[in-house]
Ligand binder design. Structure first.
Ligand code: PHE
Length: 449
């Protein structure tokens, strides 16, 4: 997208497909189950759902407002709406965090590609959970293989970006994503027939509130931001391509419901299997890569399912990395007037370095830790749990307090009705619940409270 021609989405379905496509990704299928697992299951889920409803959805709507109202990238959006230059720093934050996310996200995206190949070659067939754990450890700690995949993934991302074939990829993904969804439902049904189904469901759905700590709430908040892609400027950028007829509240609600639905489905697949095969639910980032192959091994034609699944997951990851790189590149081109090619190369270099450090921190550099976290978990933590909520806090203040209520209401109701009760509920959440919630959680986590 160049500065001069800002395109727009043509159809209603196109809007939904693109925005849901950007929201659904590794965050739902890889990050949600392992974060829920580490943070105690049911209680985490309850807090997570509250975060989506009270903080995520209002902020999502606010980003949509900022994007469509201004038709700008995040920094331009703040510049257009406020004469106070300080607000543009929130826009700049929306450049830094996507870059950090793209760095470690591409590493995990690379893992999905590796597992696709291992599925085809049959290396995962017939292995028990312990052996699958060893396979993952060996792969992720390898100094070279994951890094090659990282660059393959980054390379594909920028090739799409530079080659201008993004539309084509998106069209393909619009077909493949429903297939992924169908596959998840089949896997969910399979998981529910496993011996550990009852224990797994209990772990996921039965809340033990004694497990709720400030850390758990922060993780749930971070996961909600990450999964809905908010606090990154993604929705601002996407909405800058919306037409006036787009029904904003409806779009926001559909994104939230589908995104949460996919995460829940992933949980319904993973946890019954975790309890059936004696896997530790608090395993961490490798959870999905050990659990799912265990499920596939129990299925008729498991190798086929496994190959399909990892292929689709890799495609889902690719559409997410494309959307991230698109936001960063558009931002650099529009704001700093550098050529698209230079922007892409800069992005490749910076994200490549972040990715390499993240990847090596699981193996060769694993002894280097900071606050008990290796570089991978630290980068993920700082981006998702700190930077995204901080950006979210300022967006809530800006749209909730600085913008005239009438302007926000008008913008959000051009394509459909946004009734007074719902609008007031939205405003209340945006003005009070979201900012106070975010600040309390952040300060508690940082030990200030
Ligand atoms: N929301 C995406 C996911 O759940 C992650 C993502 C964030 C993708 C930001 C694009 C931009 O995987």
């Amino acid at each position: 997208m160049s500065t001069t021609e800002r395109a727009s989405f043509t159809t209603k379905l196109g809007v939904i497909a693109a925005t849901v496509g950007a929201a659904v990704g590794l965050g739902n299928i890889w990050r949600f189950p392992y974060t829920a697992g580490v943070n105690g299951g049911g209680a985490f889920l309850v807090v997570y759902l509250l975060c989506v409803l009270l903080v995520g959805l209002p902020l999502l709507l606010s980003e949509l407002f900022l994007g469509r109202n201004t038709g700008q990238n995040p920094k331009g959006a703040f510049r257009k709406l406020s004469s106070n230059k300080k607000w543009q720093w929130v826009g700049v934050l929306c450049l830094i965090s996507p870059t950090m996310v793209l760095g470690f996200y591409s590493v995990v995206a690379g893992w999905t590609a590796e597992y696709f190949l291992q599925s085809i070659s049959g290396d995962l067939v017939g292995k028990n959970a312990e052996e699958l754990g060893a396979i993952f450890t060996q792969f992720s700690q390898d100094p070279l293989r994951p890094i090659i995949w990282l660059f393959v993934f980054l390379g594909m991302t920028i090739a799409v970006s530079l080659g201008g074939v993004q539309k084509g990829i998106e069209r393909v993904s619009n077909i493949l994503m429903p297939v992924l969804f169908a596959l998840l439902i089949i896997l969910g049904i399979k998981s529910l027939t496993l011996d550990g189904a009852a224990d797994g469901l209990k772990f996921l759905f039965y809340p033990d509130f004694s497990k709720v700590t400030a850390g758990v709430v922060l993780e749930a908040l971070g996961q909600a931001f990450f999964s809905l892609s908010i606090g990154l400027g993604i929705s601002i950028t996407y909405a800058s391509y919306f037409k006036k007829e787009t029904n904003m509240p409806q779009t926001g609600v559909i994104i939230s419901i589908l995104d949460t639905g996919v995460a829940l489905l992933a949980g319904i697949i993973i946890f019954p299997a975790v309890f059936t095969f004696g896997i530790n639910p608090g395993q961490g980032p490798e959870l999905v890569f050990i659990t799912l192959p265990s499920v596939f091994n129990q299925m008729v034609a498991g190798q086929f399912w496994s190959t399909m699944f990892f292929l689709l997951l890799a495609v889902a990851a690719l559409t997410s990395t494309i959307s991230l790189s698109e936001v960063i590149v558009t931002f650099l081109v529009e704001e700093y007037k550098i050529s698209r090619k230079k922007a892409v190369l800069a992005l490749m270099a910076v994200c490549g370095v972040i990715g390499v450090i993240s990847s090596l921190s699981l193996g060769a550099f694993s002894s280097y830790t900071f606050m008990g976290k290796n570089a991978f978990t630290l980068i993920e933590y700082v981006a998702s749990n700190l930077l995204l909520p901080i950006a979210g806090f300022f967006i809530a203040i800006f749209v909730g307090w600085k913008m005239p209520k009438k302007v926000v209401h008008e913008e959000l109701s051009t394509g459909g009705k946004f009734g007074a009760i719902m609008f007031n509920a939205y405003m209340f959440a945006l003005r009070y619940i979201a900012p106070v919630g975010i600040i309390v959680v952040l300060l508690t986590q940082l030990g200030v409270i």
